[in-house]
Write a new protein. Sequence first.
Length: 745
Amino acid sequence: MFPASPAFAKTVIAVCLLSAFSSAQAQEAASQQVASDKTVDKLALKVEPKLELKKSSSQPINTTVIKAEHVSGQPDRVIHLDHQVEVTRGNLNFSADKATYLQVEDQLDATGKVKLQRNGDCYSGDLMRFILETGAGYVQNPSYFFAKNNGQGRADKIEFESEEKAKITNGTYSTCEGLDPDWYLRADTMSLDTGLDTGIAGKSVLYFKGVPIMGTPSWLNFSFPLSGARHSGLLPPTIGHSNKGGVEFGMPYYFNIAPNRDFTLHPKLIARRGLQLGMEGRYLGETYAGETAVEVVRDKLTETTRYAGASVHKQNLTPALVFSWNMNKASDNDYPADFSNSTTKTAQRLLVRDIGLDYYGSIWNASLRSTSYQVLQDVTAPITLPYERLPQLSFRAGQSDVLGLDWSVDASMTRFWHPTLTRGQRAVINPQLSLPFIQPAYFVVPKVSFHATSYQIDNPMAGQPDRLQRTVPSFSVDSGLIFERSAKLLGNKMTQTLEPRLFYVNTPFRDQKNYPLFDTALADFNFAQIFSENRFTGHDRIGDSNQVTAAVVSRFIEDNGVERFKFALGQRFYFNTQKVSLDGISSPSRSDLLLAGTGQVSDTLNVEAALQVSQSDRQSVRSNYAVRWQPAPKKILNLQYQFQREVLKQLELSGQWPVAQRWYVVGKSNYSLQNSKMVEGLAGFEYRADCWALRFVAHRFATTNLSNNSGFSIQLELNGLARIGFGSNPVETLKKNISGYQATN
């Protein structure tokens, strides 16, 4: 607790609350005062409590207004003030029982209930000496308040080196209000620089609820911000635990190089692994931005050096020309599983390495890229290394409403490389031309396209050609109607729409079974894909088609434009037997049936559903149902069910909810109904006080099909000072895992 005097604390609070009023009062007094030509006698005189002093005319005018019940002194030398003394100059305001003003030195000495206000900051004490012009001086036994961040405390002495710099001797600091703050920092010395917005404490001890929880020796300074700005210095230590590495202890150091550059060094001692050294640098300019992170450890378990790195950069060489890279690397397949504390990192099994040059013109753009990958294999679920593009040159041009026509051209040249599969080059050009007829009640868009592809194979199989060419024309018509009517739903007047849509595609068959598969797969079947000409992604397969997609959408729209409900139904019908496939299996006469719906039942309740039904066995192929209830800020519940036949069947529940005053519970459960086991679990609580917050989160998630990682984190956030934690940052964990989560502090 502060060794504070209640009288002093009340005085500081009162002065701060009235600072704006006092400043306005002082300015009014200054504007109304009348200069006196009489000299002040050496004897004590009863005078009007107003006195104006001015610097010489050669200097900028800086008026000092003095009020007192009694004034005595010597002309142009010294003025003695007694009873209800008030001194104002610019943004400075003093009050005291007694004071002496030395005109030549521009020095004010005050005693007895001294109060000082400057730029919204407030100080009170027993004795003060202050140089009005320079802002230098000191206050004995002061209590203080900083308006910028609600910082306050007491000290034996505050020395003002200038208007921006001050030194506190044997003082305390906290952002909590009251005589008995929940937390405070006590230090032998504290240097405050409002210009740099930084405080530096030497030989300090941090108290929470009267218990010391952290301290620094005399040779190690602890820095903290005087607001929310970034500052160089030693960050609070991080302590954690995981079943992969055991106890972890980190002591990061932050370098605020410039407003647009910073660097963080974060060494971490992992009990079972050894010392991990991490570095992260960020930079931002008018024409560039980037971030690079590297971490290295000499692993005691494997007796090898293990590492991971990631770097992204974007550079505008000219307003239209952009250079960029995205580079990622790990020493081995198990590095993310062994050293990551989140599902986000452990799920990254495909690390991309991409370098690109992009040009953006008025009606065209082009890009030159080189892309490769590192696969972090899971022996229980291996994946194939994708083809590397070394390099790829892409071009796209297009315009709308040129004599009523829309046109576009897509072209690319790519060299595909793989250590074990067929390698080669591919050139593609795909011009498209459409004639849209669009009206408020309907639209019809006929479109023709031409897909030409040429291959040069470097290592063809025996008996296979090394050159292949293919040209495929395609014709499509997209059309729809829009009907509206007045309706009433949930007691509210609305506009209901009925939007039937037909999409026809005709693409002739071309035999492509001998063509390589560089970047092609069957496209995901959804509402966006059923209105596309090609059922494959990439350019290696152009599907033959004579088909029509039928869909209908209905919306309920309120008068204020809010879409309250939306329902959709769609299906594709085939007039031919499709021959082009990846597995040699022909398609049925019609596709699966798609159904979807979203609804904002109320301002607090949202629902959505999506269902794919097989037309061969009338069984669900894939489905997703979700409900979100958010009756107020920091009160949210999410429920989601996901199903994919023979692949996935999971139920997920997550949320954030207050259970008592200032107490919140948070949690997430992702349970596999197919395997009868918990895929991911998270549970914790948060407590929010006026000047601090406490969080506890336990997290368990799968790193591979056979292994899991678990750990917990604790974080004490002291407003305006630091976040002291055990484990990973729980706020980031909660934001990534609970949709709609809001930090309590």
